[in-house]
Design a protein around this ligand. Structure first.
Ligand code: HC1
Ligand code: SF4
Length: 574
């Protein structure tokens, strides 16, 4: 360890720590803005400056390593004045429409201005840039008038996702973040993952909001409006209402949706169980009949788009299963509509997702089982929180309520879909029991759990070696797929999720500010909600879901049947 003094306090920190990390260990917060741990460590914004005894200039704590005997000061008047000036300079070229800003209340720039007493927003008056909004992508808006050039989005897109469709254009005062040749984001190979939104400290990046359309549909007596909620929404939504990260708000969420006025409050988890039935069947079929292996999961639309753009020769490896969101919509407008005698054209199918790519997925081809789109509106967890607040619902005072039946019934296998490795574990629970014909002694496949970017495991099932791999975050996916292509691995089944950690860390989840994110295992804490939810269920295997069994008996026949193929499977473009 290295011993140093921070603000006169003795501090000991591991070798290689930065001043920022050492201060954190000692309970001292140094403000940051451009810094994202392991993603954007460029020391550019100057918010984290500190004084080091003997050093001539102020140093950036986020990148400066600690040395033995170092004396650091983090909150002298000089530093506070310097940070204030930095903020004033940022504001001098910032569209300060804070009242209506989507990030008002959790904007990191606003928070710092507040903390540093920046009372004169127009201190440096002068020329300002004016940019057109970029609304060309299906899922998001880019508003460069609120961009502070921190480059967090650029780094996430490039490093974490390995995509790199945004970067700085021009120089000096004219510098702006955008795509090459100033193309609209929608014209690039952006995969709609929304990880850039999650990384943005201000209101420069945000999802396309469809809350208004939902309220209009609900108010229309001609419409039958049904909502489904993704596994991960219950693991994140509470953060918007002051609950600590890691709180399961499933019951309150169902109650809130009912009070908003949806005709049925259903659960994507039900469709996740259905996905497992179809996907496990497809896997066993490919293994037995010489189909293309490894088979790769297809629930994450950011991943699907990535595969189509960057690994077009591997689209045959993708499972043909629609995602649970789309399977849900398909069954809603066919099975449920027929059963209840409702015209599918009158149904408005709404999904709440931790994901922005789901907004893109609903418009894909071959996603309309009843001749109308399976899902009409996909909103994020953040939009749902907005909707709840706009409807005057006191979330914390709500009772816990249940989902409606039949499409609200789910098993523990369905809920773990939201964590990396969860789809794999759910599929294994069903595939192994189908292969062996015996009940699993232990249904927790812990090798595929955890937040590592790439995981591998091998299981001996009925005398056969089944090799599997799991990757989350598209940079990790690329690494894994290159291994497969180079013949260095012979998996039969791979799970890939577009966002690092899986859906719990999706681009549509509640914003987590940089200073929290840098020192918190957000993915692990939210995933914990799903694993506890699973462990508390009496039924934990998809093939034992009574409502799914009934769906097959009454409507689909068997997994992989003609009808199942017509409604629940899809195709890809190369
Ligand atoms: Fe996901 Fe899925 S788990 S993709 O990560 O397969 O978004 O939560 O809804 O569709 O079920 C997201 C989450 C979600 C689908 C399921
Ligand atoms: Fe990059 Fe994803 Fe943002 Fe698109 S949505 S610009 S792929 S980080």
């Amino acid at each position: 360890n290295i011993n140093l003094k921070i603000n006169g306090l003795d501090v000991s920190a591991p070798v290689g720590s930065t001043i920022l990390e050492a201060a954190h260990l000692a309970g001292i917060k140094i403000p940051t803005l451009c810094y994202l741990k392991e993603i954007n460590e460029i020391g550019a914004c100057r918010m984290c400056v500190v004084e080091v005894k003997g050093a001539r200039n102020l140093v950036a704590a986020c990148v400066h390593p600690v040395n033995e005997g170092m004396e650091v000061y983090t909150n002298t008047p000089k530093l506070i004045e310097s940070r204030k000036k930095t903020l004033q300079l940022l504001l001098s070229n910032h569209d300060k429409k804070c009242l209506s800003c989507v990030r008002s209340g959790n904007c990191e720039l606003q928070q710092l201005c507040h903390e540093y007493g920046v009372e004169d927003e127009d201190f440096y008056e002068g020329e300002m840039n004016h940019y057109e909004l970029d609304d060309s992508a299906a899922h998001m808006i880019r508003d460069n008038n609120k961009c502070i050039l921190c480059r967090r989005c650029v780094a996430v897109c490039e490093k974490t996702q390995g995509i790199g469709v945004i970067g700085p254009n021009n120089r000096g005062f004219a510098t702006m973040i955008g795509s090459a040749f100033e193309m609209g984001l929608g014209e690039t190979s952006c995969v709609s993952c929304g990880q850039c939104i999650a990384a943005c400290p201000t209101g420069a990046l945000y999802e396309k909001d469809y809350t208004k359309q939902i309220l209009e549909a609900i108010a229309d007596p001609e419409k039958y409006v049904v909502v489904q909620t993704a596994p991960s929404v219950r693991a994140g939504l509470g953060e918007e209402f002051g609950y600590p990260m890691g709180t399961d708000v499933e019951g309150k969420m169902a109650a809130a949706l009912r009070r908003i006025g949806f005709d049925k409050v259903f659960d994507t988890d039900w469709a996740a169980d259905l996905t497992i039935m179809e996907e496990a069947n497809e896997l066993l079929d490919r293994i037995k009949n010489g189909g293309v292996l490894p088979m790769i999961t297809s629930c994450s639309p950011g991943w699907i788009k990535y595969c189509e753009h960057y690994f077009p020769d591997m689209t045959e490896n993708l499972s043909t299963c629609k995602s649970p969101q789309q399977m849900f919509g398909a069954m809603l407008k066919t099975y449920f509509a027929e059963k209840e005698g409702i015209d599918p054209k009158k149904i408005v199918s709404v999904s709440v997702m931790p994901c922005t790519a789901k907004k893109f997925e609903i418009g894909r081809d071959d996603q309309s089982a009843a001749g109308v789109p399976d899902v009409d509106i996909a909103i994020t967890t953040r939009e749902l929180a907005r909707l709840i607040k706009r409807c005057g619902i006191e979330f914390t005072m709500l009772p816990d309520e249940e989902f409606d039946n039949p499409m609200g019934e789910s098993t523990g296998a369905g809920v773990i879909f939201g964590a990396t490795g969860g789809v794999m574990e759910a599929a294994l629970r069903t595939a192994v029991e189908t292969l062996t014909g015996e009940e699993l002694a232990n249904l927790e496949f812990t090798d595929v759990r955890g937040t590592q970017g790439i995981k591998e495991a091998s299981y001996n099932v009925a005398g056969m070696d089944v090799k599997v791999a799991v990757a989350s975050g598209l940079g990790n996916a690329r690494e894994l797929l290159n291994k497969v292509k180079a013949g260095e691995a012979d998996y039969q089944f791979i799970e890939i999720m577009g966002c690092p950690g899986g859906c719990v860390n999706g681009g549509g989840q509640p914003q987590v500010s940089g200073d929290v994110r840098n020192f918190t295992d957000v993915r692990g804490i939210r995933a914990g909600v799903l694993y506890r939810n699973d462990a508390a269920k009496t039924i934990r295997k998809s093939h034992e879901n009574p409502e799914i069994k009934k769906l097959y008996e009454d409507y689909l026949g068997a997994p992989g049947s003609h009808k199942a193929h017509e409604t629940l499977h899809t195709s890809y473009v190369k």
